[in-house]
Design a protein around this ligand. Structure first.
Ligand SMILES: Nc1ncnc2c1ncn2[C@@H]1O[C@H](COP(=O)(O)OP(=O)(O)OP(=O)(O)O)[C@@H](O)[C@H]1O
Ligand SMILES: [Mg+2]
Length: 241
């Protein structure tokens, strides 16, 4: 589905990504983890065309998409959520989500967009808030709206940047189950960046670890959870999966 090949991204003298290669198969849920500043969000920004890499290539369904602009990439079927949600505060939740459907893959008409948006709002459990202003939402509701917005663009590949950060344990478990269902029921392919190990380890098919802009390890959750390199650089101690 996606292949990043030796991707390098620099910010002045800082090498945020150093020849990172990552692949994801169709219908796979890949957990992307690593310490603060290890390059996770930057990798999303490069994949979705926010930043052009200084080196390397991104292939999506076999096509070279390196350096294409975000509005082109979304129409090819890649959507993402943002680590810090930025809703249009004075628009309603429904309008926020409709805007994604209108500028997404399908360029839906207003009435089509409303149907698509309502379907996803129901799926994420936010339909009762459809007509309130987005600025009135609490943390978990903002996250769910952000998710509904990404889904309404009609993606095959979804990149989630710290979707469950800031949620309480029960909200978190509900949300990770929802993410897993997007793969199992809706056939999506997902890369999920997350610091909450319980969340990422419980639903990922595979985990990829970044450290200082480089790949540190890659494997099944249970392998990563006891990998000495990963424990030293990030986890601190082995974790139960
Ligand atoms: N636009 C930018 N300009 C300059 N430096 C940047 C920019 N974006 C990211 N960086 C730097 O690149 C490095 C990687 O940042 P990135 O946001 O990708 O990390 P992250 O793994 O997502 O971290 P976190 O877990 O804290 O979200 C950091 O050192 C960061 O300060
Ligand atoms: Mg980040």
């Amino acid at each position: 589905m996606l292949e990043a090949k030796e991707v390098t991204k620099r910010f002045g003298g800082l090498v945020a990504l150093n020849k990172v290669s990552l692949e994801i198969r169709e219908h796979e849920l890949l957990g992307l983890i690593g310490p603060n500043g290890s390059g996770k969000t930057t990798l999303f920004n490069v994949i979705t065309g926010y930043y052009k890499p200084e080196g390397g290539k991104i292939y999506y369904k076999g096509e070279d998409i390196t350096g294409l602009r975000p509005h082109v990439i979304v129409k090819m079927g890649i959507a993402r959520t943002f680590q810090i949600p930025k809703p249009f505060g004075r628009l309603t939740v429904l309008e926020n989500v409709m805007s994604a459907a209108m500028y997404g893959r399908k360029a839906a008409s207003r009435s089509e967009a409303e149907t698509i948006a309502m379907e996803w709002l129901e799926y994420v459990g936010l339909d009762k808030k459809a007509n309130v202003e987005a600025r009135t939402l609490n943390v978990v509701e903002r996250k769910l709206m952000e998710l509904a917005r990404a889904l309404s663009t009609g993606p095959d590949l979804l990149l989630l940047d710290e979707l469950v950060a800031g949620l309480n344990p029960s909200e978190m478990m509900d949300t990770v189950k929802l993410v897993r269902r997007l793969v199992d029921e809706k056939g999506l392919t997902i890369i999920m960046v997350e610091h909450v190990m319980k969340a990422v380890m419980s639903i990922s098919d595979r985990v990829f670890v970044l450290h200082r802009g480089e790949k540190l390890a890659e494997g099944k959750p249970e392998e990563i959870a006891k990998d000495p390199k990963v424990i030293e650089a990030y986890l601190g101690e082995p974790i139960k999966v």
